[in-house]
Write a protein that binds this ligand. Structure first.
Ligand SMILES: *Cc1c(COP(=O)(O)O)cnc(C)c1O
Length: 412
């Protein structure tokens, strides 16, 4: 039996997380399936930012470093992030971008494993991760070994030359999720350190860094953590490595005594040494406040809802889009998938543009992927139904096949 609109309305009524949607402001009638690229805005943020700008900055001026607690804001935000990724508060630092944190983590890991010169990664990794690895390799005289996006290819390539295995937990295109515990164990057994990029995991999946005995991780503040465009990212260093870690961006905020103004760099104890310079305070305040939408949210329940939404989407695509030439570019097994589903279609770009014109926002990734992110805090089952319904209309009418949808914009 085909699923009906009423079935999806019933699913929303049974959804234990349904009320979380009210914690966000979304445009009227918007179906937002791009929270994996830029999270939606938490409803309480404008008032908080008004107070931060007019009050803390405008009135408090430089006194706010002490009076409003700006100086240890990164640590407070880190504690909130740590709770979402199975880490301790003193193992996470928030600041800089994911790319910059990856640079720090990769450099630190290479230094912890002297004598080995290979950075192992997959060729389908997110480009910035590969670009940063290339920059680090040049600097350290290391070499990059690329393998196909496949756990057994990764395992086969682990030998005694590999210093660091660098992987993204959830693939940005396909949504395929790696077995973090198993791969970390294999890497460590081969004498390598492991760096996990959690850009598409943090805030969407149940991540357990410490239970997996992870070494390093990085992740993004503006995707499922909803910190706003360009929000600070995070870096995790397992406690057992911290006192040995040296990262090359040795700025004053990572110094043992930033306000002693001494001549020589001395790293701060523990995770604080992963900081560099003054953080973007307004963005940090926004991320801090945005993370409150996770208050009281059970991460296992969140993961279940995300899997339910993705399963529903795939089922509706199977039932209703069979004749239009779409492929499913994500694993069909829910345990092997993050919080997104990729469809493939040769006219993917124009189809996504036609969807956006109808108030449904997904995105397009080269060469032929229509990517739909299902942020479980605010996407409803009825949104999934509506999306596939409109996709069927766009395909049946040929509505996508217009000049205005076929011309590529700068940001896809
Ligand atoms: C989104 C994303 C990034 C973003 O990096 P920035 O430095 O914040 O631009 C990095 N890695 C992966 C895997 C991503 O998905």
């Amino acid at each position: 039996m085909r699923l009906t609109k009423q079935d999806c309305i019933d699913m929303d009524q049974r959804d234990p997380l349904a009320a979380c949607r009210d914690r966000f402001t979304l445009p009227q009638d918007e179906v937002y399936l791009d929270g994996n690229s830029l999270g939606a805005m938490p409803a309480h943020l404008p008032a908080r930012m008004q107070q931060a700008i007019a009050g803390e900055w405008g009135t408090g001026l430089i006194r706010s470093w002490n009076d409003a607690g700006w100086i240890d804001l990164p640590q407070r935000v880190a504690a909130k992030v740590a709770a979402l990724i199975g880490a301790s508060a003193d193992e996470v630092m928030v600041g800089d971008s994911t790319s910059v944190n990856l640079f720090k983590a990769l450099s630190a890991a290479l230094r912890l494993n002297p004598g080995r010169k290979v950075i192992l990664t997959e060729e389908g990794n997110f480009p910035t991760d590969l670009y940063i690895a290339q920059g680090v390799a040049e600097l350290f005289g290391a070499e990059i070994r690329y393998v196909p996006s496949d756990a057994s290819a990764v395992a086969d390539a682990l030998d005694d030359s590999v210093a660091v295995l660098m992987l993204t937990h959830v693939n940005y295109r396909s949504g395929r999720v790696y077995d973090m515990a198993g791969i970390t164990r294999q890497a460590q057994a081969a004498g390598a350190l492991c760096i996990w990029d959690l850009a598409h995991s943090a805030g969407a999946l149940h991540v357990e860094l410490n239970a997996c005995s992870a070494d390093f991780a990085v992740g993004c503040g503006y995707k499922y953590l909803n910190g706003g465009p360009g929000a600070p990212a995070f870096v995790y260093v397992a406690r057992r490595h911290q006192e040995l870690v040296r990262q090359p961006l040795s700025g004053w905020h990572g110094h043992a005594q930033p306000f002693a103004f001494v001549k020589d760099y001395q790293p701060a104890p523990g995770i604080n040494r992963m900081q560099c310079g003054t953080p973007p305070l307004l963005s940090m305040l926004a991320l801090d406040s945005a993370l409150d939408v996770f208050d009281g949210v059970d991460m296992a329940q969140l993961r279940t809802k995300s899997q339910d939404l993705c399963d529903l989407f795939i089922r509706l695509v199977d039932e209703r889009l069979g004749e239009y030439g779409f492929g499913i570019g994500s694993p069909r097994e829910r345990e092997l998938r993050g919080s997104q589903v990729a469809l493939t279609h040769p006219e993917g770009y124009a189809i996504v543009q036609a969807l956006i014109a109808r108030g449904i926002t997904g995105d397009f990734r080269m060469p032929d992927i229509l990517r739909f992110g299902f942020a479980p805090l605010y996407v409803r089952h009825i949104d999934v139904y509506h999306t596939v319904d409109v996709l069927a209309q766009i395909m049946a009418s040929g509505e996508w096949n217009q000049e205005k949808f076929l011309t590529r914009k700068a940001v896809t």
